[in-house]
Design a protein around this ligand. Structure first.
Ligand code: ZN
Length: 508
């Protein structure tokens, strides 16, 4: 029952080999055997139709992938003991083991060479591969080399498949060197980083305007003027991608995400892709800042790109999910991702969780989480904002809120309120954002006294010794420890003064 009828199946003929490249439009009968066994039987029964009859014994099972509704069997063609580049045959069955698709890139037997005629040595191939990578001297190494067959149209060359890893700038080349003549047959950088141009707010339209009043109309935010935008370069995007997938962040979770082939994403805030450009740019810059403080290489805080949904909810809310390690931004009111300070605040939660998993499980720890996010947002953009906006966080987001826009300047929260630990609300219904203002004001003072680099370094470093249930007092002592470890107690007296004034301690 496995024999397919070429007349009723749909096929795409291959250009070079004359065999069908893809066969579908059929479904074999259900069965109970292992999907791999069923797949092999199907290939056996249709060897002539697929043009692979004499080759079936040379197909080696490479991988079985189980998805939700199907099994996917991938076979690699080998010849004289070497794999043939790209020569895969795949069989796909549903959960009842009914095959419904075959893809075939096998090289027909008549095209296969009688012997592997290597004219150049492996050493010579290595040299040629390294020479083809610019800046490779003392800066690159070969991490893999193996003999393969390399099909070019109908000619099948013996070749060396060589992986070259270059340190600076970081790249990971996959190079095929012809085994007969030593030519480079193909060369491809797995890690080529691309850039896109984009428009963003930095951090938001309110701080960019001399006067924010014209930005609202009867209490609703208006379309920001051209002066509100800044043209920037989105860096470190993955090579060959058409989406915002980068070294440090990906907008992968965003529904209907923006796609570009030409590297230009100059969307305004009302256009698709703007919010993605905002989160991509600001989070990438924030992580680069962490790297500049020394959190890089084996000390890197984020081990893989943060995944973001720039339009995850219609509510006026954004969050970090510790379970998924992802960020979600809402579109209620002003889109949250249109205000870079909201982005940095949420990034603060991701940063804490990356250092100290499940941070914020007690009321004080939760307040420290909120306060830290506001501190991060305020300090990250301080140098870019006019003085009067410096301690006001998320002014653009606040314009959509009738209560928050009353303030001058409008803002979600401030980081310079004269609060002390005495005012911490310990009642069960207390708001961690309100309580968090005590912590953000404390951190802000540290920033004012010690400057950005030192303040950020000791504050971030302090998290490594905290836990999810920490307290203001322990947080204070952790900052002192960080100063001891990194700066030989240079700022101890100043820091103690700040904590004492805020009623946080004991810090002796
Ligand atoms: Zn928060």
């Amino acid at each position: 029952m496995n024999k397919l009828n070429p007349k009723t199946c749909r096929t795409i003929p291959g250009k070079n080999y004359g065999t069908p490249k893809e066969v579908w439009g059929f479904r074999t009968s259900p069965g109970h055997r292992e999907p791999v066994v069923a797949a092999r039987d199907l290939l056996q029964a249709n060897g002539d139709f697929l043009g692979i009859a004499p080759l079936i014994s040379r197909l080696r099972l490479q991988r079985v992938i189980e998805s939700l509704g199907a099994w996917h069997m991938i076979f690699q063609q080998r010849h004289l003991g070497m794999p043939i580049h790209r020569a895969y045959v795949t069989v796909h069955t549903d959960r009842d083991r009914r095959a419904y698709l075959v893809k075939n890139r096998a090289v027909p037997r008549e095209l296969l060479p009688r012997k592997a005629d290597f004219q150049i040595s492996e050493r010579s191939a290595r040299r040629r591969a390294l020479r083809s990578v610019s800046g490779a001297e003392n800066n690159a190494r070969i991490t893999e080399i193996k003999p393969v067959w390399y099909p070019a149209m109908r000619l099948i060359h013996p070749a060396f498949k060589i992986r070259v890893h270059r340190e600076r700038p970081r790249s990971e080349w996959l190079i095929y060197v012809d085994g007969e003549k030593g030519r480079i047959l193909s060369k491809y950088d797995n890690l080529a980083w691309l850039t896109w141009s984009a428009l963003i707010f930095d951090p938001n339209p309110v701080t960019a305007a001399p006067d924010w009043q014209p930005l609202t109309d009867k209490g609703r935010p208006r379309r920001p003027p051209e002066e509100a935008y800044r043209k920037v370069v989105l860096r470190d995007l993955r090579g060959r991608g058409h989406y915002l997938d980068g070294l440090r962040i990906s907008t992968r979770l965003t529904p209907n995400r923006v796609r570009r082939g030409d590297g230009r994403l100059e969307a305004r805030s009302t256009e698709r892709g703007f919010d993605e450009a905002m989160v991509y740019y600001h989070i990438n810059e924030a992580i680069r800042h962490l790297e500049s403080l020394g959190y890089t290489g084996r000390r890197a805080i984020f081990q893989k790109p943060i995944e973001v949904n720039a339009h995850g909810t219609r509510d006026d809310n954004s969050w970090y999910s510790p379970g998924e390690r992802s960020l979600t931004f809402g579109t209620g009111g002003v889109d949250d991702a249109e205000d870079a300070e909201v982005i940095l605040h949420e990034f603060g939660h991701a940063l804490q969780d990356a250092i100290c998993p499940d941070f914020g499980q007690s009321p004080e720890a939760a307040a420290m989480g909120e306060g830290f996010g506001d501190y991060l947002a305020a300090t990250f953009f301080a140098a870019k904002k006019p003085a009067r906006f410096r301690t006001a966080v998320a002014s653009w987001d606040a314009l959509a809120n009738p209560h928050l826009r009353q303030a001058d300047p409008p803002c979600l929260r401030r980081v310079d309120e004269p609060l002390t630990y005495e005012s911490f609300d310990h009642s069960p219904r207390a708001d961690e954002h309100e309580n968090g203002k005590i912590w953000s004001a404390t951190l802000w003072e540290i920033w004012e006294v010690l400057g950005w680099k030192v303040a950020d370094t000791i504050i971030i470093e302090s998290h490594f010794q905290l836990d999810g249930f920490t307290t203001f007092a322990r947080g204070g002592r952790a900052i002192l420890d960080a100063d001891r470890n990194l700066y030989n107690r240079r700022h101890l007296a100043l820091l103690r003064q700040i904590f004492r004034r805020r009623g946080i301690g004991p810090v002796e």
